[in-house]
Design a protein around this ligand. Structure first.
Ligand code: FAD
Ligand code: NAI
Length: 469
């Protein structure tokens, strides 16, 4: 048992955990954060958001040099891929950022314990140190922020060599000839984009009859069309029923989701991206009497309290979208709740972004959700092709779509497919936080010429008065 009496011990140093630890320290608490990876930043910084975005930008530059610069009158000859340098750059970005969190911990006087944490009893966290030995931390409060892991297909386990999860797909030593991606969600389409741009043939096998379930249907259709033009092949309504070693690497057996004749697809690499599951192994939840739900997620109430007093949970390990910014916001709010303040998150105003080219971003309700809930709504849409900046830049793919309440004009959802959609959505998220009407956005002055003008025009279109279409 250590002598220090902590106010808070956070188990897990991902975006949920490390942000919670820093916010709690800012609020005057004595805080420790336990992380077993040997590096802070969690899935997001180590094997998720950041390395994937590093490879997305690098591969985008490669594709741009090959296909797009000539139209601007910029001639580049002999464009070559140096994959080793591309991967090393990604690793350096990760290292710099994870070390940055260590610096922030020191600055905020958060104790960093490198090891696996388990809940030994209320107010006690046992840490099995990576360096050997054990330490028990006494604490008033515990936050579980242990994140998530990839899901395996029952018919094939990930070996991170031929059958990879996103972690393996971030570190392939060579460009696969044929990459088969199982799952047309966030990971499949982002990592598929990276390797497609670098020259792989990419086939996406998806169980449902559409890509990106949960995304507005019209946007998803356009997204699939754009990716198909980029060379993606889609096998929708298809399930993988088996895998065995083959000439190219792996022979996958697939068949129609509803049943039918099986077929073989040969791949040298298979990326399994069918979702993620909460990570609770080794935490001692059963022993401590902490309840989980049917999906294995730690059950929490509106204040992130688990069934054991003094123990809270946030991020991917609880309900809600598995997104880094959602985990971060919950980290801040739970620290404030523990400090006796009142924190709040509007789960209707959490954006989701797919960082492909073009990007796809959304916040709030989709048309399908509004229809299902019998909400009367108006739609305002504006295509980037009608915008002057998009034309000047040569990035004209996609549109902005705003859904507003038919009676009150309040913005209920917004969906963007287009250049920098992930950045453009921010003004709509802010608008929704402030309960803005579409007219509020339409009457806000937007700089010219910017891509953001497409957001203003879509807001004008809600009232049928867009200027440039
Ligand atoms: P995690 O980041 O998973 O962190 C949990 C940490 O807890 C881990 O480091 C783990 O080692 C540690 N841990 C677990 N158990 C213990 C224990 N018993 N003791 C000590 N430590 C423990 N989200 C976005 O918003 N934007 C993106 O662009 C994006 N891209 C992604 C790309 C990929 C390839 C992947 C896989 C995910 C991506 N995500 C993205 C999702 C994002 O990474 C997660 O939502 C986010 O990391 C969740 O944060 P967290 O703190 O809840 O958990
Ligand atoms: P996902 O939930 O986004 O997509 C999984 C896809 O696999 C779905 O389309 C689903 O229908 C399909 N599927 C499920 N079982 C299948 C099966 N047996 N055969 C074929 N298809 C099947 O999950 P993904 O892509 O693994 O990502 C996990 C999570 O990580 C995301 O939901 C997201 O929360 C997070 N993430 C976020 C990113 C971002 O914000 N840009 C990027 C990457 C991941």
């Amino acid at each position: 048992m250590t002598d220090t009496q902590y106010d808070l011990v956070v188990i897990g140093g991902g975006p949920g955990g490390y942000v919670c630890a820093i916010r709690a320290a800012q609020l005057g608490m004595k805080v420790a954060c336990v992380e077993k990876r040997g590096s802070l930043g969690g899935t997001c910084l180590n094997v998720g958001c950041i390395p994937s975005k590093a490879l997305l930008i690098s591969s985008e530059k490669f594709a741009e040099a090959q296909h797009d610069l000539a139209a601007h009158g910029v001639k580049v000859g002999g464009v070559e891929l140096d994959l080793k340098t591309m991967l090393a750059r990604k690793d350096k970005v990760v290292l710099d950022l994870t070390k940055g969190i260590e610096f922030l911990f020191k600055k905020n006087k958060v104790d960093y314990k490198i090891g696996s944490g388990a809940i030994a009893a209320p107010g006690k966290v046992k840490v099995t140190l990576n360096a050997g030995g054990e330490e028990t931390l006494a604490t008033k409060n515990i936050v579980i922020a242990t994140g998530s892991d990839h899901v395996d297909l029952p018919t094939m386990a990930v070996d991170e060599k031929r059958i990879v999860s996103s972690t393996g797909a971030l570190a392939l030593a060579s460009v696969p000839k044929h990459l088969v991606v199982v799952g047309a969600g966030y990971i499949g389409l982002e990592m598929g984009s990276v390797w497609r741009r670098l020259g792989a043939e990419v086939t996406v096998v998806e169980f449902l009859d559409r890509i990106t379930p949960g995304m507005d249907g019209e946007v998803a259709k356009q997204f699939q069309r754009v990716l198909t033009r980029q060379g993606f092949k889609f096998r929708l309504g298809t399930k993988v029923t088996g895998a065995k070693p083959g000439k190219a690497g792996i022979d996958l057996t697939v068949e129609p989701a509803g049943g039918g004749a099986p077929e073989t697809i040969s791949a040298d690499i298979v990326l399994v991206a069918i979702g993620r599951k909460p990570h609770t192994a080794g935490l001692g939840l059963d022993r401590a009497g902490i309840k989980t739900d049917a999906k294995g997620r730690v059950e929490v109430d509106d204040h992130f309290r688990t069934s054991l007093p003094g123990v809270y949970a946030i991020g991917d390990v609880i309900r809600g979208p598995m997104l880094a910014h959602k985990a971060e916001d919950e980290g801040v709010v739970v620290a404030e709740i523990i400090a006796g303040q009142s924190g709040h998150i509007d789960y209707d105003a959490i954006p989701g972004v797919v960082y492909t080219w073009p990007e796809v971003a959304a916040v709030g309700k989709t048309e399908e959700e509004l229809k299902a809930a019998n909400v009367a709504y108006k739609v305002g849409k504006f295509p980037f092709a009608a915008g002057s900046r998009a034309r000047a830049n040569g990035f004209t793919e996609g549109f902005v779509k705003i859904l507003a309440d038919a009676k009150t004009d309040r913005v209920l959802g917004a969906h963007i497919i287009g250049p920098d959609a992930g950045t453009l959505i921010a003004e709509l998220v802010l608008g929704m936080e402030f309960k803005a009407a579409a007219e509020d956005i339409a009457r806000t002055c937007h700089a010219h010429p910017t891509q953001n003008e497409a957001v203003k025009e879509a807001a004008l279109a809600v009232a049928g008065r867009a200027i440039h279409v």
